[in-house]
Design a protein around this ligand. Sequence first.
Ligand SMILES: *Cc1c(COP(=O)(O)O)cnc(C)c1O
Length: 369
Amino acid sequence: MKWKVKFSYLQEQFANPEPIFKDIRKLLKTGEFTLGPAVQQFESKFAQVCQTKYAVGVNSGTDALFLSLKALGIGSGDEVITMPNTFIATVGAIAASGAKPVFVDCNEEYVINPDLIERAITPKTKAIIPVHYAGHPAEMGKILEIAKKHQLLVVEDACQAISSSIDGKKTGSFGLTGAFSLHPLKNINVWSDGGIITTNSKELYDKLILLRNHGMANRDEYEIFGYNSRLDTMQAVVGLHLIKDLEKITNKRIENARMYDEGLSELADYVTMPPRRKNVRYVYHLYIIQVQRRDQLLAYLQENGIEAKVHYPIPLHLQNCAKYLGYKRGDFPVAEEQARNIITLPAHQHISKKQIEYVLDKIKKFYKN
Ligand SMILES: *Cc1c(COP(=O)(O)O)cnc(C)c1O
């Protein structure tokens, strides 16, 4: 299929890689492939962007979550609360830590419903992982209040949400740590896997630095048992180039979303628009709407060369891997209904106005005929 409007934009994004190659050639001359200077440079730039004191480069967003939980001492016998309508890695990281994932339904804005969190808390609950899903910030004010009241730790899954904010405060700066992904399909991406953890705590920073690199205090002394989860120097070089464009990329995505919002407003009978909470910066990692006759619309758009997708059609509590948790259909009605109605339209920074008009035109045709 030759798409007229593609979901992925990597070929366009890296059409002119020469400036990056130039810095990679420099790296080849030094041979500093593991924890070379670019890693620290990228970490300080990232911390600055996220308004935190520290950032620690790791090898994926999944490890950013997993190592955060490890650094907080979470493991076997503990429970960690999150929502079922997220990417599998949020929950996979909890399971990998040895803790039990506990789900709380989302609200109409695709983020964890704070009003339902307290009834999921047990004496074993240790932490909450709010997900800034689609690049839309979770309700951190209410979540932090609940966490304080019950002495719970908060790790933000900000993998989809670089540069999103609430009242100007960046996601990744609310919790004890914030986990970010640099996966090729995320808003700031590298040429392979990569991740980064933000924190304001010196103690957690020191622990994370050890955990990502075998617990090494130095070449010959090991403080704790750790992991091999370093951010590649080469990927840090790529990241340093891309993070310069962060605001440009983010603003273009927001601009595209506004165009969709406007175009879709006349279809209010068929389409539920994305959330527009006041004082929140939604960075549109995904532009998600809910629609009537979703599967038919999805097929129609794809037939017309539009690479729309569904994130995600099966909520995690209904996946085979989660069977041992004992949930059943009907447990999380909002997430389940959304899974039937959501559709993601391509809204990335390399889409043209004309392409958005084309998508809007096809959606209108679909509902008006
Ligand atoms: C992408 C993503 C992750 C995992 O990031 P990787 O870098 O792919 O390991 C975790 N949580 C969410 C919500 C994500 O979108």
